[in-house]
Design a protein around this ligand. Sequence first.
Ligand code: NAD
Ligand code: UGA
Length: 440
Amino acid sequence: MDIAIVGAGYVGLVTGVCLAEIGHHVICVDNNEEKIRLLRKGISPIYEPGLEELMKELGRKKRLLFSASISQATKKSQVIFIAVGTPSKKNGDADLTYVENVAREIAENMDGYKLIVEKSTVPAETGKRIQRTIMMNLPKKYRNGKHAVTFDVASNPEFLREGSAIQDFMKPDRVVIGVESKRAEELLKEIYKPLKAKIVVTNINSAEIIKHASNSFLAMKISFANALSRICDHVGADVLKVVEGMGYDKRIGRAFLNAGVGYGGSCFPKDVDAFIRLSEKSGYDFNLLKEVRVINEEQKKIFLRLIEDKLWILKGKTIGVLGLAFKSDTDDMRCAPSIDIINGFVSEGAEVKAYDPQAMENAEMIFKKNVVFCKDPYDLAKGCDCLLILTEWEEFKTLDFKRLGKVMRQNIIFDGRNMFSEKDFEKIGFEYFGIGRGKV
Ligand code: NAD
Ligand code: UGA
């Protein structure tokens, strides 16, 4: 099928590449011309494992094209996915400006039947608004009469995670399609047929809610684990064992119960906010979700307080940060917990050194000269009063901490991701603190 994806970011680009991989002809459109220039050269503007290789291969097979023109892509495609950003406004609402702009531009260029699919995460009832925007902006000659064009709007929320995006897209737990017509349902089923996935068919509003509810539920699990970690620290219990013991119960499940420095990223924080706002507008005060957000914000402060307690005076101390990205296997720094934590140290007058395998370029734009970026963990450790693990990169598992300890001023490690345990460090003379490991 001929498909256009508007917005070639973390979701749009992965969706485009994967739809091309399963046999479709895809044009990825972005209004950032620099992005399009890179993509045409076979360079991925984001770090996502396996993405660049697959993108190059599909480019060679001519199944994947890149363009800065919505007009050209609309004319060439029967199905158009909207995958632009939906960031938070100051009041927590989802800002749908980009979605509206794209819907308008698609409408202005429609010359026959099109299925317009929301891939971006949007609040319930956005589908209706897209439908109306398209109606109002169709060229006059196509609005009615013998040249009238028909179209459908559908919702097809995306559940991929950064860092495992290709795998998540290709082997989804489910594909959700929100449709209001048989034609739209058939087209979407046809597109996803090669995945042989479970398909949940519903109306557009329900599909939109499924996405917000899923992200909010996952955020709630994480906040539950973070709240547990606080109790564990005080009563001498180990949160890792507690969630293991809980997780074997299939009704609970072990996934997304890792206590840490709080969830970050471009989605959980903004989607929880947007869902709280949608609930408010519907007349329901979603206090449970508000508490999820409070626990998440506190989690970073508690981590800072723990470090301050152990280091005593922060002014003049050197803090070595291992990992900056909001999770491993990505270069994404959006709402990364490292931002608030590092800013906390900087405001106390500590010197911060940092290393991340992929996110340093993005991090430099955030921290500017407030952080010294190091070429590797060994360079980072020199003169440090402690090490902090803020992202669970696989490469940290095999670090030679004994060697790092030799060049540090004080051998203390604060493991914000519970990658290790105390016994890994006692032999090499480090003080170790994790999250909720029964020791404050
Ligand atoms: P992103 O910022 O990485 O990408 C959005 C892209 O849209 C950018 O490249 C931007 O230049 C482009 N864009 C904006 N306006 C445009 C226009 N008028 N014409 C063409 N291109 C335009 O965002 P993202 O992380 O890919 O997220 C996109 C949506 O998908 C959001 O709603 C997000 O909540 C949702 N989502 C994201 C993820 C994820 O893991 N990042 C997963 C599931 C869903
Ligand atoms: C999340 C969802 O998992 C995806 O299903 C969804 O499609 C996506 O948001 C989205 O809508 O954008 P993502 O943000 O890429 O995916 O990454 P996650 O693996 O969910 O991690 C989010 C944050 O939670 C990270 O900061 C991670 O470190 C943290 N986390 C995750 C925990 O602190 N504990 C856990 O147990 C799991």
